[in-house]
Design a protein. Structure first.
Length: 119
């Protein structure tokens, strides 16, 4: 044990390196009500939950960047996946995906009506 302390320092906690992108994703998901969850689950649930959160994050970035088609498509794929998975553990992610997809459609409709008025 002393050897390890000398090798890694007094702290016995492992050091983790997090990129700025990881921190951004984590804070964005927390803001959306989807904190990262590191609880133990079966592999399929872990995959589905991780995929859903990553896709929601990228869709949210696209929505904020004005890429509405990509955002709407991202949220639709999450909705399709989680609807087939079922389970109450995905209820919050499913609700967020529906809400953000609706927001994308509203922005798209608003920009289309604005373009029509300019013609």
């Amino acid at each position: 044990m002393r050897f390890l302390r000398r090798l890694f320092g007094e702290s016995s906690k492992p050091q983790t390196l997090r990129s700025e992108a990881d921190a951004d994703m984590e804070s964005t998901l927390r803001e959306l009500g989807l904190p990262l969850d590191f609880s133990v689950t079966d592999p399929q649930t872990a995959f589905s939950g991780g995929f859903a959160k990553a896709t929601i994050f990228h869709g949210y970035q696209a929505l904020n960047a004005g890429d509405l088609e990509k955002a709407i498509s991202s949220f639709a794929s999450v909705i399709d996946l989680l609807a087939t998975e079922g389970g109450s553990q995905f209820a919050q992610a499913l609700a967020v995906a529906h809400c953000l997809r609706g927001s994308g459609h509203e922005k798209k409709r608003s920009s289309q009506s604005h373009e029509m008025r300019q013609l």
